[in-house]
Ligand binder design. Structure first.
Ligand code: PMP
Length: 359
């Protein structure tokens, strides 16, 4: 049997409520949308329910056509899968071989090293500097088959300027895939559309990952996509399973793409709440870096103690190496978090020098 690292999902409300003997708990641990489904999306799902006895379109043609039109690329440059995690898994299975190396600014999304392991490739973490990825520190040598950069990064929520990514692309040879995971780019109000997908003609080794799980609020339906050169997409299409994307997800994603004004409102509302969490946590002394995703990062040396303290007060956040990741919730949930953090900070003091302007 092979030994593989396990992916650790966030804890559920039911688990925490039962374990802690609480009446209720607030889940801020999985970077989900704080908003419910869009009404137009629910209608589209309802209509699509009538067809569930049939297999869905395995080529996802209608959704790819719509995405291609909105993004400004050819339909042959788009691959749709059951969540962007699955899209990246399919890409890794298609592209990685035993002995390859996968470079990742680290810490980042837990799935990346698991995919390297799965392919028998070596995982090469490149340490973040000030919680941010320093792309100039990435040395792309010949046997680096893939570089994966989450932008904004999970878990630190920090953002890399697009110009730095273009710099990386310019000094990377064609045999190295540069995967930019834009799962949270929708929440970067300053520049929600990076424009990177339109560069796949110029850089045939560029792959841009996106998801409907975050801003679009479709996490449970499982749908995401990538934009890449048709050659890469063709390779990915050879990896099973077929019919991986279900018809309800296709209908919902397509309907959601028609809701730009409401999505924009949600993006701005999330960013406002996020900035409130950053400011509130900083005012308690936590050295929180500027955040671009729908979550914030509290660096600390004992994240388990911090999450334990918050969980006792009914707040579920995510303890990871080097800090605690907290998803932006509804205004009430964020109030509850800040109240709990104030109580816990009285016991667990933020240590070290604060890098924030308002410690
Ligand atoms: N990329 C990043 C950086 C993520 O944090 C996540 C989910 N937490 C994903 C991809 C996967 O999202 P999904 O499979 O739901 O599209």
């Amino acid at each position: 049997m092979r030994t593989l690292r396990a992916y650790r999902p966030g804890r559920t409300v039911a688990d925490v409520v039962a374990q802690r003997g609480l009446e209720q708990a607030v889940k801020l641990s999985s970077n989900e949308s704080a908003f419910g489904p869009l009404p137009a999306v629910l209608e589209a799902i309802d209509a699509a329910c009538r067809d569930i006895a049939r297999y869905p379109d395995p080529t996802c043609r209608d959704l790819r056509t719509k995405l291609a039109g909105q993004i400004g690329v050819s339909i042959g440059s788009i691959f749709v899968g059951p969540g962007s995690a699955a899209v990246l898994t399919q890409l890794s299975l298609a592209a990685l071989e035993s002995g390859d190396r996968v470079l990742v600014p680290w810490p980042s999304f837990e799935l990346y090293p698991i995919l390297a392991d799965l392919a028998g490739a070596g995982f090469v973490p490149v340490p973040l500097v000030d919680h941010t990825c320093d792309l100039t520190a990435i040395d792309v040598t010949d046997n680096v088959r893939m570089v994966i950069v989450a932008n904004p990064n999970n878990p630190t929520s920090t953002v890399i300027p697009v110009a730095e990514i273009e710099g990386l692309l310019n000094r990377t040879g064609p045999s190295t895939l540069v995967v930019i995971d834009e799962a949270y780019a929708d929440f970067n109000v300053a520049q929600p559309e990076s424009g990177l997908p339109r560069l796949v003609d110029r850089y045939p080794n560029l792959v841009v990952l996106r998801t409907f799980s975050k801003l679009h609020g479709l996490a449970s339906l499982r749908i995401g996509y990538c934009v890449a050169s048709p050659m890469v997409i063709e390779l990915m299409n050879r990896v099973p399973p077929p019919f991986a994307v279900n018809g309800l997800a296709l209908a919902a994603a397509s309907a959601s793409l028609d809701q730009a004004p409401e999505l924009d409102r949600r993006r701005r509302a999330t960013a406002l709440q996020r900035d409130r969490l950053v400011a509130g946590s900083r005012s308690l002394g936590w050295p929180v870096p500027d955040a671009g995703g729908n979550f914030v990062w509290l660096p600390c040396s004992d994240p388990l103690a911090l999450s334990e303290g918050l969980e006792r007060l009914g707040i579920i956040a995510r303890a990871l190496d080097g800090g605690l990741r907290v998803t932006v919730g509804t205004p009430d949930e964020n109030d509850a978090f800040l109240t709990a953090l104030t109580a816990v900070t009285a016991i667990i003091r933020p240590e070290g020098e604060s890098t924030c302007p308002n410690p």
